[in-house]
Design a protein around this ligand. Sequence first.
Ligand code: NAD
Length: 360
Amino acid sequence: MGVFASTDDPGSTGHEQVVFCQDKQTGLRAIIGIHSTALGPALGGTRFYPYASEEAALADVLDLSRGMAYKNALAGLDHGGGKAVIWGDPDKVKSEALLRAYGRFVESLGGRYYTACDVGTYVADMDVVARETRYVTGRSVEHGGAGDSSVLTAWGVFQGMRAAAEHVWGAPTLRGRRVGVAGLGKVGKHLTGHLLDDGAEVVATDVSPRALDWARSTYPQVTLVSDAAALVAADIDVYAPCALGGALDDDTVPALRAKVVAGAANNQLAHPGIDKLLAERGILYAPDYVVNAGGVIQVADEIEGFNFDRAKLRATRIYDTTREILQLADAEGVPPAVAADRLAERRMAEVGRLRMIHLR
Ligand SMILES: NC(=O)c1ccc[n+]([C@@H]2O[C@H](COP(=O)([O-])OP(=O)(O)OC[C@H]3O[C@@H](n4cnc5c(N)ncnc54)[C@H](O)[C@@H]3O)[C@@H](O)[C@H]2O)c1
């Protein structure tokens, strides 16, 4: 994969900056990818993962940072897209010194990139990173941060789902619908609460016995099924993938009985052809990166000094954005994921262009 953009290289990724960081003593090997700062400083989490190779780590950071540019643009944030990966097994190599070494590299970028949590990193880790850099968010409440972002992520997913329901059934509510929630983790739990409050019936599954016990004791009215395959095949109106990526693939889509897919999981489409397959089956897909933006909305708000009501209001607007995307998809005859990309690119171009107005 080529990193540098050029008009005669369609495989290029168009990233502004990719930084390789190494500290031999602590074992730190990190790559920071800045896709675009057209809308403001790049913002995106740090993934700590035992990649098979440096190439795999690079491919992931390029992909993830590009995705953040689109997510941040559609969330209405004044942030460009960035992401970092630390190559290694967090259970074996994560240490105070390694995280602080990483923090110094983030600081060295002078605010072009703000980091936060992702797979393999937690709010407590960001508190450590923050001892070396100002450019970190997603911190603990004790350190002035906003804490767990799943509350607003779930709220945003619910808003996106309401917009999808309105598009298909004419009213922005899940009342009387059967919603299948795959994954009763941090986001799935909150989402289940919003759905039940709205008058929906919830069918759910999880691989964790603890999560299932939680559901039995907290919401006995939720129907539990054995696994995700059973949920996909169940008589549901909406499917909400809230566990891992790749939930929609060549096997699940033909079996899916739901008319709407809207969930928190990142990268739900196993490959780019899946959105066409969904459209052919008449299933409306609310793009994952649009509806799950509540988390990044929260960490972006924290940079200003966290205000829950303000952040919630912004996450509520995911309803309007999803609505606009679904209308644009219909008008332009393209899948919603394509319409979402077009809308994000439009904002990056229109607002990013303003930087050309010279200021002293
Ligand atoms: N937490 C956030 O703020 C946030 C923001 C944006 C996107 N997301 C994405 O949303 C998804 C859920 O995030 P989370 O924070 O709730 O994670 P989590 O780890 O708390 O929950 C995931 C749940 O899915 C379950 N699970 C795993 N594999 C499963 C399977 N095959 N079938 C059924 N259940 C399975 C796990 O047991 C766990 O309970 C992830 O893909 C995450 O990347 C989360």
